[in-house]
Design a protein around this ligand. Structure first.
Ligand code: THU
Length: 135
């Protein structure tokens, strides 16, 4: 799967966003090293706290299906589903990615509906706390 195809999977995942409180639609598409795709979208809750981000939905779907070796992820979002610049992963999602991915893990960040910027996990989470710290 090309980066562009992965990015469009994230854009497609936005359609299922359940976001009646923020109206922010977010999509994530996670590609494993074995070539499997897991998508996610944000799922909000009236109690606010139980809301889960798109990235974590994708990661937890994969892990619960026995996949932990991740190749790259695409993330895209915007108010009312309009993609007007980067909708960067929150701090919690960065830390969850760091649990399973190394510093050079690639993250495609949507900028427009057709274009994305490629960064690494280290760019988003420098000097990270990681599983190696606990081993
Ligand atoms: N959101 C994500 O899905 N991913 C992020 O990394 C940032 C925030 C969602 C959560 C909530 O539904 C909405 O965006 C506004 O915070």
């Amino acid at each position: 799967m090309t980066d562009k195809e992965l990015y469009f999977e994230a854009v497609k995942a936005m359609e299922n966003s359940y976001s009646p409180y923020s109206s922010c639609k977010v999509g994530a598409a996670l590609l494993t090293k074995s070539g499997k795709l897991f998508t996610g979208t944000n799922i909000e809750n009236a109690a606010f706290g139980p809301t889960v981000c798109a990235e974590r939905v994708a990661v937890f779907k994969a892990v619960s299906e026995g996949e932990r070796d991740f190749f790259k992820i695409a993330v895209v979002g915007g108010k009312n589903g309009e993609i007007n610049g980067i909708f960067a992963p929150c701090g919690v999602c960065r830390q969850v990615l760091r649990e399973f991915c190394s510093d050079d893990f690639e993250i495609l960040l949507g900028e427009t509906k057709d274009n994305f910027k490629k960064v690494t996990l280290k760019d988003l989470l420098p000097i990270s706390f990681s599983p190696e710290n606990v081993q």
